[in-house]
Design a binder for this molecule. Structure first.
Ligand code: NAD
Length: 474
């Protein structure tokens, strides 16, 4: 396949449904305009994808790490060669702006994570070799992997799932979110230019297709990123085939600002920790706990910073915040802010959507003087509305941070990193960042605590989760 498609929308044409095939309109969440049509696949297409994967996988497994890594590097080059067109499709379908940590950034991350999966070493591990016993741990291909993804970072999360799966010698069947199928179809179309035919297929169906992947006897592992409720359904439905699972589920990340922090210095980091992708990020800062001594100063610094960050249509270059991706998410955010207002909380910024405008735009919103039990604090808002809670002692802040059943990420903000690390050690979360939030890195494993899921992604640990451990004893 030619990996440099020149014409505008040529990728959209390339992934368009065939005439007469069932199709779904995909509308731009910023404007309501038609972006394109996605095919509506069902169980027949899933079976075809499984058959193609089964046919392609043995040769891919036999090719070995070096050849597979070379193909992943070629796939990264193909992504870069098509970067602008991919970013424009992503921006129009998902809503995220081209600029800021958004569409162009996400496409760049796809290339980076493909290269990282190619470059990460994973050697057999000699466990015992004492002259009498010799035991070596290897990671063999699992076979077929199902990759089920969400709508917030649709391209990047697809790469997080498929790159390590491919590196470890597996074939992959991808089920994108029904809200963002075009992004994933376009990305996989580009990546497939560098891969053997049939190895990666996209089945662009609804949740029934996702459910069928989780019960399919030919699929050995499911990589799932999405809500905690769906993750629990997948645990149940995958039980009969004893599938391996990696579950990256919902979060409601706490950030704790210690009294020695400098409000002006941390405002920008706090803002982007919370509002990256307009708050629609799994490991975004979703509850901010600030010590009473600096509470008003942090509120002011954050409000000043947030007030000047432009929100609007993604294709307009100046914007760095966008709409909510879909109406259901818009209503969740609007409902939570309304409930906070009704409880007497103080709105520092936003909270007043302009319902006459097209698109699912909810303004950047900061809410102070809010109780820890308020639904805007206790539930995952997954949008641009941050509650700021006052605390008096570090014990109280840690207790509030740990009070929920989820624990994906968290952060501690302080002028003294050592003191911050001591607090971090007490927080129940898969990752705790110091003076930052949500900074994922392909070299560093990432995964949730408690009901935010299990299994790790990225780095050598991530590769191991896409392999079947085998001990050769003797
Ligand atoms: P969702 O759970 O509604 O959907 C995710 C995917 O699962 C979709 O492709 C959907 O079609 C599919 N699905 C739905 N029901 C299914 C079933 N019974 N069996 C199999 N598949 C099924 O999630 P969403 O609304 O798309 O994503 C938002 C959520 O994802 C948020 O809670 C967010 O925190 C979480 N998330 C987590 C991470 C992470 O790394 N932990 C990353 C991004 C998003």
């Amino acid at each position: 396949m030619d990996t440099t498609l020149q014409q505008t929308d040529s990728l959209l044409n390339a992934i368009a449904p065939a005439p007469g095939e069932p199709r779904r309109e995909i509308l731009d969440p910023a404007t309501g305009e038609l972006v394109g049509f996605a095919p509506v696949h069902g169980l027949a297409e899933l079976e075809a994808a499984v058959a193609a994967a089964k046919a392609a996988q043995p040769a891919w497994a036999a090719a070995g790490h070096e050849a597979r890594s070379a193909a992943l590097n070629a796939a990264a080059e193909a992504v870069e060669a098509n970067a602008e067109e991919l970013a424009r499709i992503l921006s129009r379908e998902q809503g995220k702006p081209l600029n800021g940590p958004n569409a162009r950034f996400e496409v760049g991350a796809c290339a980076a994570w493909l290269r990282a999966a190619a470059a990460t070493p994973l050697e057999p591990e000699t466990l015992v070799d004492d002259g009498q016993t010799r035991a070596v741990l290897h990671y063999r291909p699992i076979g077929l992997v199902g990759a089920i993804g969400p709508w917030n970072w649709p391209m990047m999360i697809t790469v997080w799932q498929i790159a390590p799966a491919l590196r470890m010698g597996n074939a992959v069947v991808v089920k994108p979110s029904e809200y963002t199928p075009l992004s994933v179809l376009a990305l996989v179309r580009v990546i497939n230019g560098a891969l053997p035919e049939g190895l990666v297929s996209v089945v662009s169906g609804d949740r029934e297709v996702g459910a069928a992947i989780t019960t399919h006897p030919a699929i050995g592992k499911v990589m799932f990123t999405g809500s905690t409720a769906t993750g629990k359904a997948i645990i149940r439905s995958s039980a009969d085939t004893v599938k391996r699972l990696t579950l990256e589920l919902g979060g409601n990340d706490a950030g704790i600002v210690l009294p020695d922090a400098d409000p002006a210095a941390i405002a920008e980091g706090l803002f982007w920790g919370a509002f990256i992708n307009t708050g629609q990020t799994c490991a975004a800062l979703k509850r901010l706990y600030v010590h009473a001594d600096i509470y008003e100063d942090v509120c002011r610094a954050l409000t000043d910073y947030a007030a000047q960050v432009p929100m609007g249509v993604g294709l307009e270059e100046q914007n760095v915040l966008g709409p909510l991706q879909n109406k259901a998410q818009y209503e969740i955010v609007a409902g939570l802010v309304e409930a906070a207002k009704a409880s007497g909380a103080r709105v520092l910024l936003g909270g007043n959507p302009d319902e006459t405008q097209p698109g699912f735009f909810y303004p950047t919103t900061l809410v102070a003087d809010i109780d820890n039990e308020n639904p805007l604090v206790a539930q995952e808002q997954f949008g641009p509305a941050l509650p700021i809670i006052k605390y008096s002692t570090v014990d109280e802040a840690v207790q509030m941070a740990n009070a929920l059943e989820v624990g994906l990420g968290a952060s501690v903000w302080s002028a003294d990193p050592e003191k911050a690390r001591e607090v971090a050690a007490r927080i129940e979360a898969g990752t705790v960042w110091i003076n930052a939030h949500g900074a994922v890195d392909p070299r560093i494993p990432f995964g949730g605590a408690k009901q935010s899921g299990y299994g790790l992604e990225f780095g050598a640990e991530g590769l191991k989760h896409l392999g079947q451990p085998q001990i050769i004893n003797g």
